[in-house]
Design a protein around this ligand. Sequence first.
Ligand code: NAD
Length: 496
Amino acid sequence: MQQINHYINGQHTQPSARSAAVFEPATGEHKANVSLASALEVDAAIELAKKAHGPWSEMTPLNRARILFKFKALVEANMDELAAMITREHGKVLDDAKGEIIRGLEVVEFACGIPHLLKGEHTEQVGGGVDAWTLNQSLGVVAGIAPFNFPVMVPMWMFPIAIAAGNTFIMKPSEKDPTSVMRMAELLTEAGLPDGVFNVVNGDKEAVDTLLTHKDIQAVSFVGSTPIAEYIYQTAAAHGKRVQALGGAKNHMLLMPDADLDQAVSALMGAAYGSAGERCMAISVVLAVGDVGDALVEKLLPQIQALKVGNGLEGEMEMGPLISAQHLEKVRSYVDKGVSEGATLLADGRQLTVADHQQGYFLGGCLFDHVTPEMTIYKEEIFGPVLAIVRVKDYAEALTLINEHEFGNGTAIFTQSGEAARHFCHHVQVGMVGVNVPIPVPMAFHSFGGWKRSLFGPLHMHGPDGVRFYTKRKAITARWPKGKGAQAEFVMPTMK
Ligand code: NAD
C-alpha cells in the first residue's frame, strides 16, 4: 500500500500518527494512505518556512523567476505522469487532466514576469527636493488550502505568484487526491527551489485550523465549498490574516431564442458533463427563454445518451467517475429529490453500469426539465453530472433568477444579439461572465473570482489581484537635505 506523507523543507517526512484512505474512483480500490498532520507537525513546517523566508525574499526577483522557468519545463517534461496521477485519484479523463495542468502552468508563466510585476510607483519632486515611491514586499509565510476537483491547477493558482513575490508557502491539498501536489513539490526542488520555500502538509481540519490560527501565517488562500470558505474567512480574518476564500457555485446558462443552438448544445455538453460536473465553473442550470426549450431538449438528449462514460485512463472516454462513494451517494440522492419534487427526469444516469468497473463511482449524465426555482436541485450545488432546464418566459425573468441566486461564480449568455449580451454583461450579478463562451475562466494574467457567496474577501485569485494579495505595499518619502539644518515644525507637514 502506497503511503503519502508530507513534503517539508525539501524532503518527504515520516508518517503521522493519523492517516486517511485514498481511493481510485474508477475502480473503488483503496490505493494509498495519506498522513494527516497534527498541529505540532504543522507548527514545525511553519517554523522551517519562516526560516527560509529571509534568504528567499532577499534573492533577486529575476533569480526567483528563473527557478520558476525551470519548474515549468520540468512540469511539461513530466506532464503524462502528472496527468495520470490526477486521473487515477480524481477520475477525470486524461486529456482533461492535461488541460488542468496547462491552465495551471499559465499562472507559472505569468509569475515568471515577477521582476516587472513587483515594480512600484515613483514620483520625483513631490515637494522641494523630496521624492516618493512605493515598494511591494513579500508577506512572509503564507498558506493555501485546496479542494479535490483541481488537484494541480488550484494549487498553481496560488503558489507560483506567492513564491515568486518572495513568500514561503505551506500547501494543504485535498486529502482525497494529494499525490500530484507532492510530485510538484519534488519538481520544484529539482528546479532549484531552496528547501523550506514550498512545503506540503497533508491533513484535515486539525492541520487547517492550525494554519488559520498560527501567528506566523500571514495570509490564507482557500478554494472549496461555501460553508468551509466562510469558516476559513471568518477564522483566519479573526486571527489577523489576509484571506481570499473561494466557495461553491450554481452557474446558469441563459439561452436566448436567437442563439446558434448547435453551438450552444455542444458548449453545454462540455460545460455540464466535463469532469462529471465536478467543476466550480460547470454549467448546472440552463434558463431556456421563450420557446427554445423543446428544440434544446431534442438536440441535447441524444448527446447525453451517447456520452462515453468510463475509466478516464482509457483514451476514448468523455466522462469519468465521481470522486468518492459518499459523493456518488449524495449526487444520486439529489437526483431522487429532483424526481420527488416534481421535475421531469429526461436522462437518468442512475441506471448506468460500466463494464469491468462495478465498484467504480460512476453516474451517467442526468437531465432534468421543468425545474422550478423552489426545487432543491435548483437552489443547491450538486457538483455532479446533473443539468437542470428551467423554462422562463423572457430575458428579464432569466436575469432576475441569476441575480437572486445565492451563488455568483460564473454565468454565460448564448445569443446573437449584441444588445442583449451587452445588457447582460452590465447588469448580471456574477463575477465571471461568458458571451457565447460556456466556461469563462479568466486567463492567468486576469484574476479569477466569483461574487456573492462564491467568494469571501476582496481580492480574486492570480493575475493582478494575486500579486496584490501576496505583497504588502510600502510608501517611502525621502529628502536629502543640504546646508543648514531643518527647524522643528509643529503643524501638519505640507509639500512646499
Ligand atoms: P471542501 O470544502 O470539502 O474541501 C476543501 C478543503 O477544505 C480541503 O482541503 C479539505 O481538507 C478542507 N476542509 C474540509 N472540511 C473542513 C473543515 N471542516 N475545516 C477545515 N478544513 C476543511 O471542498 P471539496 O469537496 O474538496 O471541493 C469541492 C467544492 O469546491 C465545491 O463546492 C466547488 O464549487 C468548490 N470549488 C470552488 C472553486 C472556485 O473557484 N470558486 C474552484 C474549485 C472548487
